[in-house]
Ligand binder design. Sequence first.
Ligand SMILES: NC(=O)c1ccc[n+]([C@@H]2O[C@H](COP(=O)([O-])OP(=O)(O)OC[C@H]3O[C@@H](n4cnc5c(N)ncnc54)[C@H](O)[C@@H]3O)[C@@H](O)[C@H]2O)c1
Length: 293
Amino acid sequence: MGIEIKKVGVIGSGQMGNGIAHVCALSGYDVALNDISLDRIQSGLATINGNLTRQVNKNQISEAERVTTLARISAAENLDALADCDLVIEAATENEQIKRKIFAQICPLLKPSALLATNTSSISITRLAASTDRPEKFVGVHFMNPVPLMQLVELVRGIATDDPTFDACKAFVLRLGKVSTVAEDFPAFIVNRILLPMINEAIYTLYEGVGSVDAIDTAMRLGANHPMGPLQLADFIGLDTCLSIMQVLYEGLADSKYRPCPLLVKYVEAGWLGRKTQRGFYDYRGEKPIPTR
Ligand SMILES: NC(=O)c1ccc[n+]([C@@H]2O[C@H](COP(=O)([O-])OP(=O)(O)OC[C@H]3O[C@@H](n4cnc5c(N)ncnc54)[C@H](O)[C@@H]3O)[C@@H](O)[C@H]2O)c1
């Protein structure tokens, strides 16, 4: 008998956390959604409701499913409310210290059998696992953005992850209707190891004046057949997350080719983090995004 997962805890109700809560609840799991304040959890719940409503309007789910899905998600103001979860997925800000602090708080509350996962885009699963009381029950479950739409989930084992944990997470991803790939525990795994250096290079291209925001995005959409330009994608991911991933690649692989572009650093320092703050390489405050350079 494999490990049975009934209730899932999600820590962080930002763009990834609310998406993960959405797909878990839609697949029948009970979900407890946590963040640093009730306001943030409620904003996550409002996003989930908006996205479910869009699915109803597109006839992808019924109105009854929207209602039951929302009812399966409870707002967990305190981590205590995650104590009875069978699986907890951490989807908080991409910062190792924040994640370690969360694990230190949550571990003593969890039942011994509970599995612990992180949605980190780049940080070592082995190192994060070692900061917990259950490295063998710790795994990287890396969803893609936007979670309800994207098919892939990268599964990453730490050095200590045991087979029952890994198999349970594989079955969990399958039940969500998604496809898993396995990545070894190297900085940024597979998708972001390839994607983020491309985005960083696009930012260098802008920084050096090779092209404008519009020229770079149009070039990659029409010239390389990408569904969206790299700068638009950077705004969508979040420039703080992009910078954190580049820093992990730069430090983890000790290769100057991963040096974060100074313009990316400057945007993050300005608090221009992309769509989530309404301004990044595009300005989102009007009806339609306007390139800022
Ligand atoms: N943005 C993407 O495209 C993407 C894709 C895959 C994975 N990820 C990863 O998912 C994680 C979250 O990214 P995001 O894009 O959702 O970021 P986000 O900024 O939208 O959300 C992060 C949330 O974490 C919350 N948070 C911070 N500290 C917390 C704490 N101590 N306890 C509870 N909640 C806390 C914040 O309040 C915020 O709501 C990161 O590890 C990121 O690397 C992001």
